[in-house]
Design a protein around this ligand. Structure first.
Ligand code: AMP
Ligand code: MG
Length: 321
């Protein structure tokens, strides 16, 4: 990205994350509108506060359906379909387990096994009942909770891109707490760093050069706690109720829509490198960069980005095209 006086950076803290908007015109009013849009979606989707449309559904679990706005309904429909994909590691009804573990929040703890078992019975995605005609959502069992935390930022990043385009912008980048979406491409494309897992805040192991794409990373280093020498991170296995255990430190997804990137980081976390690469053969529009605990970097393919290695303690392996 050209670092010259045509580039303007705007920042805010929303959704508990730093938000950075990069524009190629000085337009404070537009940036303010974009931040307001993010805030509006946060207010609809959050489960970290008592009030939101999603929380209204959760509060009514086992009691009655709740009518929600069309965008929220459609996002829940997308999330339910993704949860029902064969062997999916993503589950929109994972809420009760996320709330119980509290990973990344005050009061985290390892729940007793019998509690995890009991909570797992409240996470069946088919118990999220959708009424297309009335935009109503009903959680069939008391105690159920929808959690869209794994895809909300991606969804919102796409809405910001669409908004900027509608406002006549041709170039822009939105960084929603590490979830990146771009509009257009400046000369030379955009350069997006991949963080060193468990490294210093600004340490990078590589960079991606992209045009008109989204880049989303999920890593076990992002939110975790340690107890009795064991690390517990924030991406849960919806079948066991415990954090997903595999060879990955992080995975980065390059895609057109950020919601796909945000979803696929979770799906790929469940699959690991080999099965993840196999799954992506059916999705040429979505590409992954895996970073393993053994310091290997594996690209599923490299059709829509170039990769530059920045840390020689890591080894680049796998496909080059
Ligand atoms: P991300 O930062 O996009 O990887 O999303 C992580 C968040 O997704 C967690 O903080 C939880 O709120 C939620 N989450 C954790 N495990 C799952 C899962 N298996 N399926 C869906 N959401 C999950
Ligand atoms: Mg995600």
């Amino acid at each position: 990205m050209p670092d010259d006086d045509r580039v303007y950076h705007y920042s805010a803290v929303l959704m508990g994350s730093p938000i950075l908007l990069t524009l190629f015109s000085h337009n404070e009013a537009l940036a303010a509108k974009a931040f307001r849009l993010i805030k509006q979606y946060e207010d609809l989707l959050t489960v970290n506060r008592a009030d939101s449309e999603v929380m209204a559904i959760n509060h009514a679990a086992g009691r009655h359906p709740v009518a929600v706005s069309r965008p929220v309904f459609e996002l829940i429909r997308y999330a339910k379909a993704a949860s029902l994909l064969g062997n999916s590691a993503f589950n929109l009804a994972i809420g009760p387990l996320v709330k119980r573990w509290r990973i990344g929040f005050q009061g985290d703890s390892v729940p007793p096994a019998n509690e995890i078992q009991a909570l797992l019975s409240l996470t069946n995605p088919t118990d999220v009942v959708l009424n297309e005609a009335t935009s109503r959502v009903f959680l069939a069992r008391p105690g159920m909770e929808i959690d869209l935390g794994a895809i909300a930022k991606g969804y919102i990043a796409d809405r910001v891109r669409d908004f900027l385009r509608k406002e006549g912008e041709t170039l822009g980048l939105i960084n929603l707490g590490g979830n990146i979406q771009t509009l257009g491409s400046p000369e030379g494309g955009w350069t997006v760093g991949i963080k060193k897992p468990f490294g210093e805040a600004d340490a990078l192991i590589g960079s991606l050069h992209i045009e008109n794409k989204s880049v989303v990373t999920s890593g076990t280093y992002e939110r975790y706690f340690e107890r009795d020498g064991k690390r517990y991170h924030h991406i849960l296995n919806p079948r066991t109720g415990y954090p997903l255990d595999n060879e990955l430190d992080s995975v980065t997804i390059i895609s057109t829509d950020s919601i796909d990137g945000d979803l696929w980081t979770t799906l790929i976390y469940g699959l690991g490198v080999e099965k993840g690469c196999a799954a992506l053969r059916a999705r040429p529009d979505i590409e992954a960069v895996f970073v393993t605990k053994a310091h290997e970097i594996v690209c599923s393919s490299r059709r829509h980005f170039r990769f530059t290695l920045l840390d020689n303690r890591y080894r680049l392996t796998g496909n080059t095209v």
